[in-house]
Design a binder for this molecule. Structure first.
Ligand code: NAP
Length: 248
């Protein structure tokens, strides 16, 4: 029987690549998106073309009611949950901290921290054997920014990802006894639209050449790490932070 995976933010980028890799490896895949309905429908069609069942739900991860409903719809549709990828995240324009508005900081932490924590909480509630779940795995999508700090670019984003790293360490200890592994991948610069959304469409290519491997990563290379952490091959791996950043 196919297992069920829920991914946040899979209308494009790393989330979409993870959804397609998972579908190809035998998972059914539910996912959410925030606004781009057409892109979400395209991902859904690609999931189904790979022979998997899919579900696309519009939900803002920073809205508690929408997050709760996202998990409930997934479990209703597929009869349970086996894996969760906490992927949705945002950046903003490059600025030193002294120039950042309170509104920017609030939205950054609302989506990347509050939203990711709400999603992790719901995943824990649905996966934990103690609460009637089947056990499984959670993968948080952090960033190597958490250890670089991203000075003059976005220290708010970097700090939001450091919070995800700490969530990973603590939640792995909370949920290990209840049959749930919790790990993080920390991508380096990866070729997705997130850089354009932060006002720097060429950022990944520009920084990629400065890495030891001499290029930016592809979303599929990040997805490969996520899929491994979700798989039974990683059955003794929990609380791990896996850097996939070309050596940066
Ligand atoms: P992306 O291409 O910008 O895609 C972001 C996805 O998240 C989209 O599906 C978007 O949906 C969704 N999303 C954004 N805000 C949301 C919200 N409030 N509620 C629900 N969904 C929301 O990003 P990406 O590059 O694939 O990044 C994925 C993750 O990897 C992020 O957590 C990011 O921080 C992390 N990461 C990326 C890189 C990189 O270089 N690309 C490096 C390190 C870490 P809509 O399209 O509908 O808005």
């Amino acid at each position: 029987m196919r297992k069920t995976l829920l991914i946040t933010g899979a209308s494009r980028g790393i989330g979409r690549a993870t959804a397609l890799s998972a579908a190809a490896r035998g998972w059914n895949v539910a996912f959410n998106y925030r606004q781009d309905e057409a892109a979400a429908q395209a991902t859904l069609a690609e999931i189904e073309a790979l022979g998997a069942e899919g579900l696309a739900v519009r939900a803002d991860v920073a809205d508690e009611a929408e997050v709760v409903a996202l998990f409930e719809r997934t479990v209703e549709r597929f009869g349970g949950l086996d894996g969760f990828v906490n992927n949705a995240g945002i950046v903003d324009h490059s600025q030193p901290l002294v120039e950042m508005s309170a509104e920017r900081l609030r939205r950054m932490f609302e989506v990347n921290v509050y939203g990711a924590f709400l999603c992790a909480r719901e995943a824990a509630r649905h996966l934990s054997r103690e609460r009637g779940g089947r056990g499984g795995a959670i993968v948080n999508v952090s960033s190597i920014a958490a250890r670089l700090g991203s000075p003059n670019e976005y220290v708010d984003y970097a700090a939001s990802k450091a919070a995800l790293d700490t969530l990973t360490l603590g939640l792995a200890k909370e949920l290990g006894p209840h049959g749930v592994r919790v790990n993080a991948v920390r991508p380096g610069v990866t070729l997705t639209d997130i850089h354009a959304s932060g006002g720097q469409p060429g950022r990944a290519e520009r920084l990629g050449v400065t890495t030891p491997l001499g290029r930016a990563g592809d979303a599929e290379e990040i997805a490969a790490g996520i899929l491994w952490l979700l798989s039974d091959e990683a059955s003794y791996t929990t609380g791990a932070l896996l850097d996939i950043g070309g050596g940066r």
